[in-house]
Each structure stands twice: as C-alpha cells, then as structure tokens.
Design a protein around this ligand. Structure first.
Ligand SMILES: Cc1cc2nc3c(=O)[nH]c(=O)nc-3n(C[C@H](O)[C@H](O)[C@H](O)COP(=O)(O)OP(=O)(O)OC[C@H]3O[C@@H](n4cnc5c(N)ncnc54)[C@H](O)[C@@H]3O)c2cc1C
Length: 374
C-alpha cells in the first residue's frame, strides 16, 4: 500500500509491537491508549517469551534488550511431583539462534516496546479511550470517550480481550469465555529457578518462571468460580489453602513469600477465537481482541506480536487493503487457533477435565508448529 496514516487502538504489547512493525515499513502510526501513562497500563507480573516470541521481537528490534533485562533459559522447562521430586524435562520448540525461553517483567517489556516505538517516530497518546468509529469513503473517523475525534486511513484494533473495536468488525456480540481457572502470581527471588518449573497438584498447576537475573515469579492456576473471586485482603490466605498439599519449592513459597497481600496478583483466564475474517473495510483486529489465549503455553503476547509483524508485511506488500487483510488473516488464523485450543486443553487437563491428555506432547507439538516461519 502507498503511504497511509494508521491508528492503533491500544498501547498494550500487541498495539506497540504492531506500531513498531508498521513504522519499520514506512507507515505513519499513532497509538491511543486509555490509561494515563506507560506504567499504569501494565498489569501482572512477568512474561514468558518462547523462542518464537524472541524471533518476533528480533524482527521489531527489541530482542537484545529483552535478553539484557531478562533471564535466558537454556532449556524450556522441567516437571516435578507434588513433593518436589524431579520427573522429566519438558522440551520446547527450537529456533536456531534463539534460546528456548526468556523471561522478563511486564513493566520492562512495556518500557522496551515503548522506547523502540517512540524512537522510530510512532506517536502515543495516553488518557485516550476509544469510544466508537465510523467508516467513510476516505477513511475512518474515530471518537474518543471524552468527545475528541481522530481521522485515520486504517484502524488496527489492539484493545485486548474486552475490545470495543471488535463490534465494528465482527458480526454478533462475541465475548471471551472464562475458563474457570484464575492465575495467582507473585514475584520471588530467582534462587536457582533457571527454566519453567511445573509442579502439578490435585486441583491445579503450580509453577515457577525466571524473569530477571535475580527475579522469578511463582504461579498457581486455581479453579475459581467467576463470582467467588477472593477479595484482595483474602488472597494470601486463600492461596496458602490451595498450596497446602505441596512440598518442594511450592511449600517454600507458601511458608515464606505470601506475607504481603499487595504483591499477589490474581487474574481470570479467558479464551476466545474469532472466526475469520478479522477485518471489515479499513478496520482490522489483532491480539487478544480476536484470540485470547490462556497462559498455559506462554503464547498470548507472542501471538499478538506475530500478528503485528505479519500485518505490517501484508500492508507493505499489497496495493489494496482487502488483499493485505485477507493474506494477514490467512497466515494467522490456523496458528492462533492451535495456540488457543492447545492452551485450553492444557487447562482442562490441569483441572481433571481431560483424562489421558498428554500435556508434554501437546506442548511440544504446539511449540514445534510455532517454530515454523511466520
Ligand atoms: C494470568 C495471565 C498470564 C499471562 N502470561 C503470559 C506469558 O507469560 N506470556 C505471554 O506471551 N502471554 C501471557 N499472557 C497473555 C498476554 O498477556 C496477552 O495475550 C497479551 O497481553 C495480549 O496483548 P494485546 O495487546 O492484544 O492486549 P493487552 O495487552 O490487553 O493490551 C490492550 C491494550 O489496549 C488498551 N485498551 C483497552 N481498551 C481501550 C480503549 N477503549 N481505548 C484505548 N485503549 C484501550 C488497554 O489498556 C491495553 O493497554 C498472560 C495472560 C494472563 C491472563
């Protein structure tokens, strides 16, 4: 496409990565983000970056910084029994030239993406919540929630799982499905955690992820009824209850690292895969807005970044929008669907709803497919 002015709605991982990729191929890109600044839009603790995420980050010039601030694992992961005894290594997809996994904190990743985007000339407008849009013959008129208006040639909806842009693209009122699992997360000292370490329990999965030279996070995927989320001041006690049957490293977390309730994050796990097409006229969707991925493979952010890279390639290559968007969805749909479904199945298996499921083989298969070129 000839020079175009592109508006990305959402300054999360997907929106920033897409803005960088689009700018790298010469488009003018503007991002609107509803939160007031870079830091207030970051939720959660850490991000697992599998090899395909690292390859994608390399394509947008953010790989080296992620390695510098994060922790590079030499192997993907290992499994332990409930008492903490080693069971087996878990293979990850290999991509030549990249480690199987790097872990970073979410604030660090946001900082890296934002710095790169601004350095390339992307403009980011905070405190600017998308409200609605109207497509006209010569572009898209966007209204923000405070009444301000913007005009763009193309709009990219990168506004996450609760997307407002989505309804302007997809028929019906597609909503994410809560899987019944919620993830507890808490930062802990790294203390020898050098890969993803999984410790399955009777009702949920405990695990560890290195996210810095001295930092790791602990997670526990628990079954939580949607309307029975513990209040913030009950988080530590409730998590201690979930962790009661565990020995090994998980017991240490239970005994030593849950004193500060403010440090515990609990997030619901939601799933969604929108049928193709993911575009309508001049508006296209990426990331969680069309494929919300539970964290079991650590792929949600990776897929959002890959979306942005492929979208930019397609827009640069095709003379017309329809051709560009059609190729984008063609290249992304099956890959994202595999990740959504495998992640969901791992969650069902963790909670005893999928007997006979081979978690290790499913993880290995998905990561091998994701190692294929974009
Ligand atoms: C518990 C948990 C753990 C996870 N762990 C991992 C992991 O280890 N590795 C991994 O790869 N993925 C992980 N994920 C998934 C990952 O966080 C998401 O897939 C990823 O953030 C999706 O990026 P996104 O840009 O599409 O959406 P988001 O990151 O949600 O970004 C959307 C952005 O849009 C903004 N926005 C929303 N509405 C508006 C509006 N109306 N106007 C303007 N801006 C708006 C939001 O404020 C936000 O900044 C995890 C998810 C969960 C729930």
């Amino acid at each position: 496409m000839e020079q175009a002015n592109i508006l990305a709605v959402g300054g999360g991982i997907g929106g920033l990565a897409t803005a960088i990729a689009l700018r790298q191929v010469g488009f003018d890109v503007h991002v609107v983000e509803r939160y007031p600044d870079l830091h207030s839009s970051v939720f959660g603790v850490g991000i697992i970056q599998p090899a395909n995420a690292l390859r994608a980050l390399d394509m947008i010039g953010c790989y080296q910084r992620c390695l510098e601030v994060g922790f590079q694992a030499k192997v993907w992961g290992s499994a332990y029994d409930i008492d903490g005894n080693f069971l087996a290594d878990i293979p990850g997809g290999e991509i030549e030239g990249y480690p199987p996994m790097n872990g970073v904190t979410r604030p660090a990743l946001h900082e890296i993406l934002t710095t790169r985007a601004l350095g390339l000339g992307v403009t980011i407008q905070y405190d600017s919540a998308f409200e609605s849009l109207v497509q006209t013959d010569d572009g898209v008129d966007v209204t923000l929630s405070d009444g301000r208006t913007l005009h763009a040639d193309v709009v990219v909806g990168a506004d996450g799982v609760g997307s407002r842009v989505r309804k302007h693209v997809l028929a019906g009122d597609l909503k994410p499905l809560y899987t019944g699992q919620s993830a507890y997360r808490v930062n802990i000292p790294r203390d020898g955690i050098d890969r993803i370490m999984l410790q399955p329990g009777p009702k949920g999965m405990a695990g560890f992820v290195p996210i810095g030279k001295e930092l790791a996070y602990f997670f526990y995927n628990a079954l939580v009824e949607r309307d029975q989320r513990p209040s913030d001041d009950q988080l530590a006690e409730t998590l201690r209850g979930h962790l009661a049957p565990f020995g090994g490293r998980t017991a240490k977390v239970r005994e030593e690292y849950l004193d500060n309730p403010d440090s515990i994050v609990l997030r619901p796990e939601e799933t969604l895969i929108a049928s193709a097409p993911w575009h309508q006229g001049r508006v296209v969707l990426i990331g969680d807005s069309v494929h919300a991925i539970t964290p079991h493979l650590g792929q949600g952010a990776a897929q959002a970044i890959e979306d942005g890279i492929v979208l930019a390639e397609c827009l640069a290559k095709h003379p017309d929008l329809e051709g560009a968007f059609a190729e984008y969805v063609e290249r992304r749909f099956e890959r994202c669907k595999l990740v959504v479904e495998t992640s969901l199945n791992i969650g069902k298996w963790e909670t005893g709803q999928l007997e006979g499921f081979d978690n290790v083989a499913a993880t290995d298969h998905a990561l091998r497919v994701l190692a294929e070129p974009l």
